[in-house]
Design a protein around this ligand. Structure first.
Ligand code: ZZB
Length: 261
């Protein structure tokens, strides 16, 4: 599986994260949350960024030589170290360990997002710690899972320990499909989904959304408006990488590549 990791630069840490990090990062260090995505063309619609509250993350040095660090799972960092993304081949440099719950509320800058003042790190209960970087770019216009989680967070912000205004945002249409311009919402309603726990229907909705988007979707937002999703995917991905706002990250499917893994 080849993903594009988007570099969401941290603007302001949540209090708990600040305490844990203390003075462990070098002066001037930039720390990025790096959601792994298969759909860079949807990044205009990022409304927030998800982590799992019980997932263990680390802050790891990137191999760019530019005082750059990433927040990701140790597993992802190890995979990255075999892809010339760490200071040395097969070596990771972990600065600190954090629990996902420590990160909730952190403010990050999301490249291309319409939310130009930054987006928040928020909890996703259905997030898998064994996939990608265990950080997910939330695009509720086009991802049924993200839409379901946003609705849940909007319903009970106090329960999740977040501020209401972090999720009370308008969902902007990014892609036009034969089933409308907000495919995630349409499928959520059509398939009678009620919560992020409806895993079976959500998997079906994801499948349909992928197919409709890729084969019949047209961009309606951004510089590639009018282009097919298939064309825009490569163009947006390339633009993000050329501007050093993203990098490619591959993951061996179901294969353990480290002895300790
Ligand atoms: C943005 C986005 C926008 C995504 C969209 C999907 C969609 P797949 O197909 O099963 O391989 N993802 C990445 N990591 C995780 C994780 N650890 N736990 C849960 N979800 C994760 O899934 C790949 C997609 O799942 C990725 O692409 C990411 O969300 C999410 F409009 O990034 B995507 C119809 C889907 N639409």
């Amino acid at each position: 599986q080849e993903y594009t990791c988007i570099k969401l630069e941290t603007l302001e840490w949540a209090d708990r994260a600040k305490e844990v990090i203390g003075d462990k990062l070098p002066a001037g260090a930039k720390v990025f949350f790096i959601p792994a995505t298969l759909r860079p063309e949807t990044m205009y619609g990022q409304l927030c960024c998800f982590v799992g509250t019980k997932v263990r993350y680390g802050i790891f040095e990137l191999g760019s030589g530019k005082n750059e660090y990433v927040a990701a799972t140790p597993r992802a960092a190890r995979n990255m170290s075999y892809q010339n993304l760490s200071p040395a081949w097969g070596v990771t440099n972990q600065i600190v360990e954090l629990l996902g719950s420590d990160l909730i509320g952190t403010l990050v800058n999301a490249p291309l997002s319409t939310e130009v003042n930054g987006i928040r790190i928020l909890p996703m209960e259905s997030l898998k710690d064994s996939m990608g970087t265990a950080v997910v770019a939330c695009v509720p216009s086009d991802s049924p899972d993200d839409y379901a989680t946003i609705l849940e967070l909007q319903k009970k912000p106090e329960y999740f320990g977040i501020q209401k205004e972090w999720v009370d945002k308008e969902i902007l249409p990014i892609i036009s499909t034969p089933k409308g311009d907000l495919i995630a919402k349409t499928l959520y309603e059509e398939l009678g989904i009620n919560s992020p726990k409806d895993a079976k229907q959500l998997a079906e909705a994801k499948e349909i959304a992928y197919k409709l988007g890729f084969y019949q979707g047209t961009m309606i937002y951004g510089p590639f408006a009018g282009k097919s999703v298939a064309d825009a995917r490569d163009l947006v991905g390339k633009q993000l990488i050329d501007e050093d706002l993203a990098f490619r990250y591959a993951e061996p499917d179901g294969l353990v590549i480290s002895r300790s893994g």
